[in-house]
Design a protein around this ligand. Sequence first.
Ligand code: ZN
Length: 172
Amino acid sequence: MLLPADPSQNRPDQRSTGMTELEFLPVPPADLDRIRCNGHDDFGNQLVVRSVGPGAPLRCCLTLSRDGDQLALIAYRPSSLGGPYAEVGPVFVHADECPGYSGSSFPADFADRRAVLRPYDAAGLMLDGVLAEPGESEGELKRLFDDPSVAVVQVRNVIAGCWNFSVRRQVA
Ligand SMILES: [Zn+2]
């Protein structure tokens, strides 16, 4: 586990502007491969394949499930930094290999959902969050990243608070 970094060693990139390109991060394919191969998630929960119908947010390919999709509900910790803010929570993923998500644009299936946007600094400490109405998440994200102390933003469900995906500045 990484120790929280000394904030003085993480001087924000002063070149960042409102033009910053963003990167949208699902559960990484390597994590999915390991979990699917093990037959359990990283917290010991057995993979139970189920069909939950349409509309479940999938954190493997950042789409909403369709009728007949075979899914697994896993416990996942989206932050690898550790520390008190590195929460573990339930997320749906495809039970079998799927195309994943490599887009540099906001995932279309998530654009018209309400969302909580939670910014974190480079040490993994949570900063002030935002409640985004349908259609507002992308604009609110760009606004949050105008703050150079914001390293990562987690997009989460409003009611249950479950993590949907993370966003960071694209590395040039
Ligand atoms: Zn998927």
